[in-house]
Every structure is written in C-alpha cells, then in structure tokens.
Design a protein around this ligand. Structure first.
Ligand SMILES: [Zn+2]
Length: 71
C-alpha cells in the first residue's frame, strides 16, 4: 500500500469516527416533545412524544437503523 492510500484511509477512518461521535451526541440529547407523535405525526398532548407504544418502538427501530447505516 502506498503512502497516499494510507493517508486516504486514515482520513476516511477519521470521517467515520466523527460521524459516529455526532450520532452518539444526537442520541444523548433528550428528545423534545413537539405536540405531535414523532413516528406518525398524530396530534398529541404537548408533553407526549408518541401516541402509543407501537409508535415508540417503530421510532426507536428507525433511529437505530439510521445509526447503523453510518458504519
Ligand atoms: Zn404515532
């Protein structure tokens, strides 16, 4: 492997690492209620995040799938 390829690989690893760190930070941020279900956009009480457990599970699955796509 040439030095040039080594550099490129190093940059790619750093980029992936930064993206992974950004994802971790995003997930640690507490989700703010918007007054609508985060999964299906149904109108809710202002302090609610999801209309039911199914929506909550769907949303969590989607977030996890998105996080895994980075790697
Ligand atoms: Zn919902």
């Amino acid at each position: 492997m040439s030095e040039r390829e080594d550099d490129l690989e190093q940059q790619t690893i750093e980029l992936y690492f930064q993206q992974a760190m950004n994802n971790v930070r995003k997930q640690n941020v507490r989700v703010q209620p918007t007054g609508f279900c985060l999964n299906c956009d149904e109108k809710l009480q202002p302090e609610q995040l999801f209309c039911d457990m199914d929506c909550r599970e769907d949303y969590e699955k989607r977030v996890k799938a998105q996080a895994q796509r980075v790697y």
